[in-house]
Design a protein around this ligand. Structure first.
Ligand code: 6GU
Length: 233
């Protein structure tokens, strides 16, 4: 899979996508991430990529021409499955959306900045608008990193244990159950007996009931969805 991220702040993406699991996914050839500096497509030698908004008001808007040039030059090389725009007014990002995008080959992520991008670019090029939550960020770069991370870790082979993505929180519609490691007793607190029993059927039942209980208590919205889905089967 290839992800091209168009941004006016490439440095913000240096850290999060160049370490740990995502770096390993790139090293192993499962994912390619290319950071495109929008200023390489600036209008003039001053590097201009934004301008005041028509109608007045505070805040700059990313201009049509640099964005169109940047996207066109990528599209001249290969076809893209999605052009994603990161913005607080997009659709809320979730595991289902990450699963769907992990099946694509090439995607562009356009990072919003300042007041956003000219509406005509959204109409002409953008196929999907994504928000990562109901709060405002200074720019879309951190959102692009989160979107990329959540997609790439789902690609087959990226996680060491193939099963571990399947047992994530949300993957079966529930939050994950509690986990424990050594020591079996810490400051008088013992690991639940069942986990030491070696009885895998009992362990599986315990984990399922813990996951259900935790989801019911913490995220009734998710629990109701899960409950309705399992009743329907
Ligand atoms: Cl995707 N971008 C910005 N700038 N703010 C956000 C967001 C995205 N998602 C939530 N807040």
């Amino acid at each position: 899979m290839r992800i091209d991220i168009i941004t006016v702040q490439p440095a913000l993406l240096d850290g999060p996508l160049n370490h740990s699991m995502i770096q390993r996914a790139k090293d192993k050839g499962f994912a390619e991430i290319h950071i495109i500096n929008l200023r390489d497509y600036a209008l003039n030698r001053y590097g201009q990529v934004d301008d005041y908004q028509f109608g007045g008001g505070a805040g700059m808007v990313l201009m049509c021409e640099p964005l169109a040039k940047a996207i066109d030059s990528l599209k001249a090389e290969r076809s893209y499955d999605e052009v994603i725009y990161t913005s607080p007014d997009g659709e809320l990002w979730n595991q289902k959306a990450a699963n769907a995008l992990s099946l694509k080959n090439n995607i562009i992520i356009l990072c919003g900045h300042y007041k956003g991008i000219d509406e005509r670019i959204r109409n002409l090029y953008v196929t999907k608008e994504v928000s990562i939550g109901d709060y405002v960020l200074t720019g879309g770069e951190l959102a692009a990193a989160i979107i990329s991370d959540s997609i790439i870790r789902l690609l087959p082979g990226v996680l060491g244990n193939e099963e571990s993505a399947l047992t994530d929180s949300f993957q079966d519609g529930l939050l994950a159950p509690p986990v424990y490691t050594r020591p079996a007793e810490f400051r008088g607190m013992k690991v639940p007996e069942v986990l030491l029993s070696g009885n895998f059927k009992l362990i599986e039942e315990w984990r399922m009931s813990q996951a259900e209980q935790r989801t019911r208590e913490r995220r009734p919205d998710i629990y109701n969805q899960y409950y309705n889905d399992t009743q329907a089967h």
